[in-house]
Design a protein. Structure first.
Length: 134
């Protein structure tokens, strides 16, 4: 099952001090079937790893290895979508534009959303988008 992958899920995969049954399940799903992300994901996940390095949660070599390993998983970066639509979703659901990009992608591609972000999950439900759980 292909789904829209949020950075909150991906971050758990790369940070040994975090755990989530949902994130682990979605790693298995992604490895088997792939996932799709908006372009912002590329920057978000790298920023999460950089901040974790600065806070001494991980070593730079571990972050680099994790980022390389993401290249081995079938994660498709989608087109950016329509900026006005994303802004409308952000306003309507009180989301950041970054989070609204994930929601917009799920709507555009009629895909479920994998996230640990409760605000994003609530917005997805309000837009009739399935939110993955286990």
């Amino acid at each position: 099952m292909i789904f829209v992958l949020d950075a909150s899920i991906t971050a758990v995969w790369g940070l040994a001090d975090e755990s989530s049954d949902l994130a682990e399940h979605l790693l298995t799903v992604t490895q088997a079937d792939g996932a799709v992300v908006p372009p912002i994901w590329w920057y978000e996940i790298r920023n999460i790893m950089l901040i974790a390095e600065r806070r001494k949660r991980i070593l730079a070599t571990d972050a680099d290895e994790f980022l390389r390993s993401l290249g081995q998983v079938s994660i498709r970066v989608a087109d950016p979508g329509d900026g006005q639509t994303i802004l409308r979703l952000a306003r309507a659901h009180k989301l950041s534009v970054y989070d609204a990009a994930y929601l917009d992608l799920a709507i555009r591609e009629s895909l479920p959303l994998g996230t640990l972000d409760s605000s994003l999950a609530q917005a997805a439900v309000a837009e009739n988008i399935a939110v993955l759980s286990i």
